[in-house]
Design a protein around this ligand. Sequence first.
Ligand code: WQD
Length: 363
Amino acid sequence: MAESAPQSVLVTGGAGFIGSHTVVELLQAGHAVTIVDDLSNASPKVLDRIARIVGPEASARCTFHEVDITDEAALDAVFVEAEAKAAARARGGDESRPPFDAVIHFAGFKAVGESVQKPLEYYSNNLGGTLSLCRVMRAHDVCSIVFSSSSTVYGDPDEVPLTELSPKKMATNPYGWTKWMIEQILTDLAAADERWDVVLLRYFNPIGAHPSGLIGEDPKGIPNNLVPYVAQTAVGRRDAVHVFGDDYPTPDGTGIRDYIHVVDLARGHVAALEWMVGRHGVEIFNLGTGTGSSVLEVIRAFSEASGVDVPYVIEGRRAGDIARNFADASKAERELGWKAEFTLADMCRDSWNWQSKNPEGFE
Ligand code: WQD
Protein backbone atom coordinates (compact mmCIF):
# COMPACT_ATOMS: atom_id res chain seq x y z
CA MET A 1 0.00 0.00 0.00
CA ALA A 2 0.97 3.66 -0.28
CA GLU A 3 3.79 4.84 1.95
CA SER A 4 1.59 7.88 2.64
CA ALA A 5 -2.19 8.38 2.49
CA PRO A 6 -3.72 7.21 -0.82
CA GLN A 7 -3.98 10.04 -3.32
CA SER A 8 -6.20 10.84 -6.29
CA VAL A 9 -3.82 11.36 -9.21
CA LEU A 10 -4.46 12.67 -12.71
CA VAL A 11 -2.04 11.10 -15.21
CA THR A 12 -1.78 12.82 -18.58
CA GLY A 13 -0.50 10.49 -21.31
CA GLY A 14 -1.26 7.58 -18.98
CA ALA A 15 -1.86 5.14 -21.84
CA GLY A 16 1.66 5.63 -23.21
CA PHE A 17 4.81 3.60 -22.57
CA ILE A 18 6.03 5.22 -19.34
CA GLY A 19 2.56 6.46 -18.38
CA SER A 20 0.96 2.99 -18.42
CA HIS A 21 3.74 1.46 -16.33
CA THR A 22 3.38 4.32 -13.84
CA VAL A 23 -0.41 3.84 -13.67
CA VAL A 24 0.19 0.17 -12.76
CA GLU A 25 2.55 1.11 -9.92
CA LEU A 26 0.23 3.88 -8.66
CA LEU A 27 -2.75 1.52 -8.53
CA GLN A 28 -0.75 -1.23 -6.87
CA ALA A 29 0.44 1.31 -4.28
CA GLY A 30 -3.21 2.02 -3.41
CA HIS A 31 -3.72 5.36 -5.20
CA ALA A 32 -6.69 6.32 -7.39
CA VAL A 33 -5.85 7.23 -10.99
CA THR A 34 -7.59 9.24 -13.69
CA ILE A 35 -5.94 8.86 -17.10
CA VAL A 36 -6.33 11.48 -19.79
CA ASP A 37 -4.84 10.46 -23.12
CA ASP A 38 -5.78 11.34 -26.73
CA LEU A 39 -4.47 7.93 -27.88
CA SER A 40 -2.46 9.65 -30.64
CA ASN A 41 0.54 7.53 -29.67
CA ALA A 42 -1.06 4.80 -27.56
CA SER A 43 -3.45 1.87 -28.07
CA PRO A 44 -6.79 1.68 -26.19
CA LYS A 45 -5.86 -1.97 -25.54
CA VAL A 46 -3.41 -0.75 -22.90
CA LEU A 47 -6.33 -0.03 -20.55
CA ASP A 48 -7.49 -3.63 -20.51
CA ARG A 49 -3.91 -4.84 -20.09
CA ILE A 50 -3.48 -2.55 -17.06
CA ALA A 51 -6.69 -3.98 -15.58
CA ARG A 52 -5.41 -7.54 -16.13
CA ILE A 53 -2.15 -6.72 -14.36
CA VAL A 54 -3.62 -4.97 -11.30
CA GLY A 55 -6.83 -6.96 -10.87
CA PRO A 56 -10.46 -5.87 -10.27
CA GLU A 57 -10.10 -4.04 -6.94
CA ALA A 58 -7.30 -1.77 -8.13
CA SER A 59 -8.70 -1.27 -11.63
CA ALA A 60 -11.95 -0.03 -10.02
CA ARG A 61 -9.83 2.92 -8.85
CA CYS A 62 -8.84 3.78 -12.43
CA THR A 63 -10.84 6.09 -14.73
CA PHE A 64 -10.04 6.89 -18.37
CA HIS A 65 -10.93 9.91 -20.51
CA GLU A 66 -9.96 10.16 -24.18
CA VAL A 67 -8.94 13.80 -24.09
CA ASP A 68 -6.38 15.96 -25.87
CA ILE A 69 -5.03 18.20 -23.11
CA THR A 70 -4.71 21.11 -25.58
CA ASP A 71 -8.55 21.06 -25.57
CA GLU A 72 -8.89 23.15 -22.42
CA ALA A 73 -12.69 22.85 -22.19
CA ALA A 74 -12.57 19.05 -22.42
CA LEU A 75 -9.81 18.92 -19.81
CA ASP A 76 -11.79 21.23 -17.53
CA ALA A 77 -14.77 18.89 -17.79
CA VAL A 78 -12.58 16.07 -16.43
CA PHE A 79 -11.74 18.19 -13.39
CA VAL A 80 -15.41 19.15 -12.92
CA GLU A 81 -16.46 15.49 -12.99
CA ALA A 82 -13.74 14.59 -10.49
CA GLU A 83 -14.85 17.50 -8.28
CA ALA A 84 -18.42 16.16 -8.25
CA LYS A 85 -17.17 12.70 -7.25
CA ALA A 86 -15.05 14.21 -4.45
CA ALA A 87 -18.05 16.20 -3.20
CA ALA A 88 -20.20 13.06 -3.19
CA ARG A 89 -17.58 11.29 -1.13
CA ALA A 90 -17.51 14.28 1.23
CA ARG A 91 -21.29 14.04 1.67
CA GLY A 92 -20.71 10.41 2.39
CA GLY A 93 -18.54 11.32 5.35
CA ASP A 94 -15.23 11.35 3.53
CA GLU A 95 -13.50 14.69 4.22
CA SER A 96 -13.89 17.03 1.24
CA ARG A 97 -11.07 16.62 -1.21
CA PRO A 98 -9.86 18.56 -4.26
CA PRO A 99 -10.61 16.85 -7.58
CA PHE A 100 -7.02 15.58 -7.61
CA ASP A 101 -4.23 15.63 -5.07
CA ALA A 102 -1.62 15.81 -7.83
CA VAL A 103 -0.97 15.50 -11.55
CA ILE A 104 1.72 13.44 -13.27
CA HIS A 105 2.29 14.96 -16.69
CA PHE A 106 3.55 12.65 -19.47
CA ALA A 107 1.42 13.77 -22.43
CA GLY A 108 3.50 15.09 -25.31
CA PHE A 109 5.10 14.20 -28.62
CA LYS A 110 8.52 12.64 -28.04
CA ALA A 111 10.28 11.65 -31.26
CA VAL A 112 13.56 13.55 -31.58
CA GLY A 113 13.86 13.18 -35.36
CA GLU A 114 10.19 13.99 -35.99
CA SER A 115 10.50 17.14 -33.89
CA VAL A 116 13.16 18.46 -36.27
CA GLN A 117 10.76 17.97 -39.20
CA LYS A 118 7.68 19.33 -37.35
CA PRO A 119 8.76 21.99 -34.82
CA LEU A 120 5.46 23.89 -34.94
CA GLU A 121 3.46 20.77 -34.08
CA TYR A 122 5.87 19.92 -31.23
CA TYR A 123 5.76 23.41 -29.68
CA SER A 124 1.99 23.70 -30.15
CA ASN A 125 1.27 20.30 -28.65
CA ASN A 126 3.87 20.01 -25.90
CA LEU A 127 3.92 23.63 -24.71
CA GLY A 128 0.27 24.36 -25.51
CA GLY A 129 -0.86 21.21 -23.73
CA THR A 130 1.18 22.06 -20.65
CA LEU A 131 -0.14 25.64 -20.49
CA SER A 132 -3.71 24.38 -20.86
CA LEU A 133 -3.12 21.82 -18.10
CA CYS A 134 -1.63 24.38 -15.70
CA ARG A 135 -4.50 26.84 -16.28
CA VAL A 136 -7.09 24.17 -15.57
CA MET A 137 -5.18 22.90 -12.53
CA ARG A 138 -4.98 26.42 -11.11
CA ALA A 139 -8.68 27.05 -11.73
CA HIS A 140 -9.47 23.98 -9.62
CA ASP A 141 -6.86 24.57 -6.90
CA VAL A 142 -4.73 21.61 -7.93
CA CYS A 143 -1.14 22.84 -7.69
CA SER A 144 1.02 19.71 -7.35
CA ILE A 145 2.66 18.39 -10.50
CA VAL A 146 5.30 15.80 -11.38
CA PHE A 147 6.74 16.51 -14.82
CA SER A 148 8.20 13.89 -17.13
CA SER A 149 11.42 15.64 -18.11
CA SER A 150 14.55 14.25 -19.72
CA SER A 151 18.33 14.15 -19.42
CA THR A 152 18.28 15.78 -22.83
CA VAL A 153 18.09 19.15 -21.02
CA TYR A 154 21.76 18.62 -20.08
CA GLY A 155 22.69 18.76 -23.76
CA ASP A 156 26.19 17.47 -24.55
CA PRO A 157 27.64 17.34 -21.01
CA ASP A 158 31.15 18.56 -20.21
CA GLU A 159 31.48 15.80 -17.62
CA VAL A 160 29.62 12.72 -16.45
CA PRO A 161 28.01 11.42 -14.32
CA LEU A 162 25.35 14.11 -14.44
CA THR A 163 23.95 15.48 -11.19
CA GLU A 164 20.89 17.72 -10.79
CA LEU A 165 23.34 20.62 -10.44
CA SER A 166 24.92 19.92 -13.83
CA PRO A 167 24.16 22.87 -16.07
CA LYS A 168 21.21 22.82 -18.45
CA LYS A 169 22.62 23.38 -21.90
CA MET A 170 21.32 24.11 -25.36
CA ALA A 171 18.94 21.44 -26.56
CA THR A 172 19.83 19.86 -29.92
CA ASN A 173 16.26 19.50 -31.24
CA PRO A 174 12.75 20.92 -30.75
CA TYR A 175 11.68 17.90 -28.66
CA GLY A 176 14.52 18.63 -26.24
CA TRP A 177 13.66 22.33 -26.23
CA THR A 178 10.06 21.55 -25.22
CA LYS A 179 11.34 19.64 -22.18
CA TRP A 180 13.73 22.51 -21.43
CA MET A 181 11.00 25.14 -21.78
CA ILE A 182 8.35 23.26 -19.79
CA GLU A 183 10.81 22.97 -16.90
CA GLN A 184 11.18 26.76 -17.10
CA ILE A 185 7.41 27.34 -17.27
CA LEU A 186 6.83 25.24 -14.13
CA THR A 187 9.78 26.85 -12.33
CA ASP A 188 8.44 30.36 -13.05
CA LEU A 189 4.93 29.28 -12.00
CA ALA A 190 6.23 28.03 -8.65
CA ALA A 191 8.24 31.24 -8.18
CA ALA A 192 5.17 33.37 -8.80
CA ASP A 193 2.70 31.38 -6.72
CA GLU A 194 3.85 29.65 -3.54
CA ARG A 195 0.93 27.20 -3.72
CA TRP A 196 2.69 25.29 -6.50
CA ASP A 197 4.58 22.12 -5.71
CA VAL A 198 6.69 20.97 -8.68
CA VAL A 199 8.90 17.93 -9.15
CA LEU A 200 10.95 17.64 -12.35
CA LEU A 201 12.02 14.07 -13.07
CA ARG A 202 14.86 13.90 -15.59
CA TYR A 203 14.82 10.45 -17.18
CA PHE A 204 17.79 8.91 -18.84
CA ASN A 205 16.97 6.12 -21.30
CA PRO A 206 13.81 4.19 -20.35
CA ILE A 207 13.66 0.65 -21.78
CA GLY A 208 12.25 -2.76 -20.88
CA ALA A 209 8.65 -3.72 -20.14
CA HIS A 210 6.42 -4.94 -17.34
CA PRO A 211 7.54 -8.51 -16.38
CA SER A 212 4.03 -9.79 -17.26
CA GLY A 213 4.70 -9.01 -20.92
CA LEU A 214 1.22 -7.44 -21.12
CA ILE A 215 2.44 -3.85 -21.61
CA GLY A 216 5.59 -2.49 -23.20
CA GLU A 217 7.07 -0.08 -25.68
CA ASP A 218 5.16 0.01 -28.97
CA PRO A 219 6.47 2.90 -31.08
CA LYS A 220 4.57 3.81 -34.23
CA GLY A 221 6.43 3.22 -37.50
CA ILE A 222 10.20 2.76 -37.54
CA PRO A 223 11.53 3.04 -33.96
CA ASN A 224 13.73 6.09 -33.33
CA ASN A 225 15.21 4.57 -30.20
CA LEU A 226 17.77 1.79 -29.95
CA VAL A 227 16.11 -0.89 -27.84
CA PRO A 228 12.73 -1.09 -29.59
CA TYR A 229 14.67 -1.32 -32.87
CA VAL A 230 16.82 -4.13 -31.45
CA ALA A 231 13.71 -5.92 -30.15
CA GLN A 232 11.95 -5.66 -33.53
CA THR A 233 15.09 -6.99 -35.23
CA ALA A 234 15.23 -9.94 -32.81
CA VAL A 235 11.59 -10.79 -33.51
CA GLY A 236 12.15 -10.59 -37.26
CA ARG A 237 10.42 -7.29 -38.12
CA ARG A 238 13.73 -5.54 -39.04
CA ASP A 239 16.70 -6.95 -40.96
CA ALA A 240 19.50 -5.57 -38.80
CA VAL A 241 20.24 -2.90 -36.23
CA HIS A 242 21.93 0.19 -37.68
CA VAL A 243 24.63 1.26 -35.25
CA PHE A 244 24.99 5.02 -35.56
CA GLY A 245 28.74 5.43 -35.34
CA ASP A 246 31.59 3.45 -33.80
CA ASP A 247 34.11 6.31 -33.74
CA TYR A 248 33.03 8.00 -30.51
CA PRO A 249 35.61 8.50 -27.72
CA THR A 250 34.26 5.49 -25.79
CA PRO A 251 35.80 2.05 -25.05
CA ASP A 252 34.16 0.32 -28.03
CA GLY A 253 33.53 3.49 -30.06
CA THR A 254 29.73 3.38 -29.77
CA GLY A 255 27.48 5.75 -27.82
CA ILE A 256 27.05 5.25 -24.07
CA ARG A 257 23.72 5.87 -22.31
CA ASP A 258 22.17 5.21 -18.89
CA TYR A 259 19.42 2.69 -19.62
CA ILE A 260 16.80 2.37 -16.88
CA HIS A 261 14.03 -0.23 -16.58
CA VAL A 262 10.63 1.37 -17.15
CA VAL A 263 9.28 -0.29 -13.97
CA ASP A 264 12.10 1.26 -11.93
CA LEU A 265 11.23 4.57 -13.56
CA ALA A 266 7.53 4.14 -12.75
CA ARG A 267 8.35 3.39 -9.12
CA GLY A 268 10.41 6.58 -9.04
CA HIS A 269 7.22 8.51 -9.88
CA VAL A 270 5.33 6.89 -7.00
CA ALA A 271 8.20 7.72 -4.65
CA ALA A 272 8.23 11.35 -5.85
CA LEU A 273 4.44 11.66 -5.53
CA GLU A 274 4.50 10.44 -1.95
CA TRP A 275 7.57 12.52 -1.08
CA MET A 276 6.13 15.81 -2.32
CA VAL A 277 2.98 15.82 -0.15
CA GLY A 278 2.82 19.11 1.75
CA ARG A 279 5.85 20.63 0.03
CA HIS A 280 6.12 23.73 -2.14
CA GLY A 281 8.54 25.01 -4.74
CA VAL A 282 10.56 23.07 -7.31
CA GLU A 283 12.71 19.95 -6.85
CA ILE A 284 14.69 18.15 -9.54
CA PHE A 285 15.65 14.46 -9.56
CA ASN A 286 17.69 12.44 -12.04
CA LEU A 287 16.14 9.01 -12.58
CA GLY A 288 18.87 6.75 -13.90
CA THR A 289 20.94 3.78 -12.78
CA GLY A 290 24.32 5.53 -12.61
CA THR A 291 25.68 2.97 -15.07
CA GLY A 292 26.44 3.60 -18.73
CA SER A 293 26.13 0.95 -21.45
CA SER A 294 27.32 1.17 -25.06
CA VAL A 295 25.25 0.35 -28.11
CA LEU A 296 27.24 -2.84 -28.69
CA GLU A 297 26.85 -3.86 -25.04
CA VAL A 298 23.08 -3.44 -25.38
CA ILE A 299 22.97 -5.50 -28.57
CA ARG A 300 25.06 -8.21 -26.88
CA ALA A 301 22.84 -8.21 -23.78
CA PHE A 302 19.71 -8.43 -25.90
CA SER A 303 21.15 -11.31 -27.94
CA GLU A 304 21.85 -13.20 -24.71
CA ALA A 305 18.38 -12.46 -23.30
CA SER A 306 16.55 -13.44 -26.49
CA GLY A 307 18.76 -16.30 -27.63
CA VAL A 308 18.80 -14.55 -31.01
CA ASP A 309 22.16 -13.41 -32.45
CA VAL A 310 20.89 -9.92 -33.28
CA PRO A 311 22.49 -8.76 -36.56
CA TYR A 312 23.83 -5.21 -36.86
CA VAL A 313 25.66 -2.98 -39.30
CA ILE A 314 27.94 -0.09 -38.40
CA GLU A 315 26.95 3.20 -40.02
CA GLY A 316 27.84 6.88 -39.67
CA ARG A 317 26.92 8.99 -36.66
CA ARG A 318 23.34 10.29 -36.28
CA ALA A 319 23.07 14.09 -36.26
CA GLY A 320 22.61 15.48 -32.75
CA ASP A 321 23.87 12.40 -30.92
CA ILE A 322 26.31 12.76 -28.03
CA ALA A 323 29.07 10.33 -27.06
CA ARG A 324 27.99 9.53 -23.54
CA ASN A 325 25.69 10.46 -20.72
CA PHE A 326 24.75 8.72 -17.52
CA ALA A 327 23.32 9.80 -14.19
CA ASP A 328 24.46 10.39 -10.68
CA ALA A 329 21.16 9.25 -9.16
CA SER A 330 22.25 9.57 -5.55
CA LYS A 331 19.90 12.48 -4.77
CA ALA A 332 16.81 10.38 -5.55
CA GLU A 333 18.16 7.61 -3.35
CA ARG A 334 18.94 10.02 -0.52
CA GLU A 335 15.74 12.08 -0.68
CA LEU A 336 13.15 9.75 -2.16
CA GLY A 337 14.48 6.47 -0.86
CA TRP A 338 14.36 5.27 -4.48
CA LYS A 339 17.07 3.40 -6.37
CA ALA A 340 16.94 1.56 -9.68
CA GLU A 341 17.09 -2.18 -9.08
CA PHE A 342 16.87 -3.86 -12.48
CA THR A 343 20.05 -4.68 -14.44
CA LEU A 344 20.60 -4.35 -18.19
CA ALA A 345 20.06 -8.12 -18.45
CA ASP A 346 16.68 -7.72 -16.68
CA MET A 347 15.73 -4.89 -19.03
CA CYS A 348 16.57 -6.96 -22.11
CA ARG A 349 14.82 -10.03 -20.70
CA ASP A 350 11.60 -8.09 -20.06
CA SER A 351 11.79 -6.22 -23.36
CA TRP A 352 12.19 -9.53 -25.20
CA ASN A 353 9.33 -11.13 -23.20
CA TRP A 354 7.02 -8.25 -24.24
CA GLN A 355 8.16 -8.21 -27.88
CA SER A 356 8.04 -11.97 -28.38
CA LYS A 357 4.54 -12.14 -26.89
CA ASN A 358 3.43 -9.10 -28.91
CA PRO A 359 5.40 -9.23 -32.19
CA GLU A 360 3.18 -6.51 -33.71
CA GLY A 361 2.82 -4.55 -30.47
CA PHE A 362 -0.73 -3.93 -29.26
CA GLU A 363 -2.37 -4.12 -32.70
C1 WQD B 1 20.66 5.55 -27.79
C2 WQD B 1 21.99 5.20 -28.43
C3 WQD B 1 22.32 6.20 -30.59
C4 WQD B 1 19.02 4.00 -32.51
C5 WQD B 1 16.50 9.97 -26.85
C6 WQD B 1 16.02 11.27 -26.27
C7 WQD B 1 15.68 11.10 -24.82
C8 WQD B 1 14.63 10.05 -24.69
C9 WQD B 1 15.18 8.74 -25.25
C10 WQD B 1 12.34 9.97 -25.51
C11 WQD B 1 22.67 6.37 -29.11
C12 WQD B 1 22.22 4.68 -30.72
C13 WQD B 1 19.93 4.52 -31.60
C14 WQD B 1 19.47 3.16 -33.55
C15 WQD B 1 21.72 3.39 -32.74
N1 WQD B 1 13.46 10.55 -25.32
N2 WQD B 1 21.25 4.21 -31.72
N3 WQD B 1 20.82 2.88 -33.64
O1 WQD B 1 19.08 9.48 -28.37
O2 WQD B 1 19.99 8.63 -26.12
O3 WQD B 1 17.70 9.61 -26.22
O4 WQD B 1 15.53 8.96 -26.64
O5 WQD B 1 11.75 9.17 -24.84
O6 WQD B 1 15.17 12.34 -24.31
O7 WQD B 1 17.07 12.23 -26.35
O8 WQD B 1 18.14 7.39 -27.28
O9 WQD B 1 17.71 5.11 -28.06
O10 WQD B 1 17.71 6.99 -29.77
O11 WQD B 1 19.87 6.24 -28.76
O12 WQD B 1 22.93 3.13 -32.83
O13 WQD B 1 18.68 2.64 -34.40
O14 WQD B 1 21.75 4.23 -29.45
O15 WQD B 1 23.34 6.71 -31.44
O16 WQD B 1 24.07 6.22 -28.94
P1 WQD B 1 18.84 8.81 -27.06
P2 WQD B 1 18.29 6.39 -28.52
